[in-house]
Write a protein of this length. Structure first.
Length: 171
């Protein structure tokens, strides 16, 4: 099994149960020095419509796709703010689910690609992988998509202030 770091909508355990049905959640953690952002491209996006891949089209809402980017190793963000962090859920991905998850995320279509990351957990750092958008940032999510992401973070146990920051983001 490999360790997958889920963020954004994939924090929703119900969605992950459909996308990777043989892969249990192990816990949660943080990606320090990374931030959640959105790609320049806007896609018709409906989670779970026609079995994915996410962002590949459909009759959903138009939204820039979510991704994460490294924000650099600085101990503080701009204006003395704390460094960027992304809340993640960790899943032990069964080999049979890896291809399903890659398909869902549009890896074969060049929408997302895999990235190796280090996740900070209460038990120490863990090496994992995740999907990142294979494109440039700079777009805005739809209000509906941003709400889905915030709801997923809340359901996964993200701290209240993290969820509230998601809900306050521009869209």
């Amino acid at each position: 099994m490999s360790l997958y770091a889920a963020y954004a909508g994939n924090l929703d355990a119900r969605l992950m149960a459909r996308r990777a049905p043989h892969s249990p959640m192990r816990g949660t953690g943080w990606l320090s020095g990374w931030r959640l952002t959105f790609g320049q491209e806007s896609w018709g996006h409906t989670p779970d419509e026609a079995g994915g891949p996410e962002g590949s089209g459909g009759s959903g809402w138009d939204s820039a796709l979510v991704t994460i980017v490294e924000d650099g190793p600085s101990p503080q963000g701009p204006d003395g703010a704390p460094p960027a962090q992304v809340f993640v859920a960790l899943y032990d991905i069964a080999p049979m689910d890896e291809a399903l998850l890659d398909r869902w995320e549009g890896v074969g279509l060049g929408i997302y690609r895999r990235a190796r990351i280090r996740v900070h957990t209460l038990d120490g750092d863990e090496a994992a992988w995740c999907h990142v958008l294979d494109g440039y940032e700079g777009g805005l999510p739809s209000a509906r998509y941003l709400g889905e992401i915030a709801d997923a973070a809340e359901s996964a146990g993200a701290p209240h202030d993290y969820v509230m920051e998601l809900r306050k983001r521009p869209c």
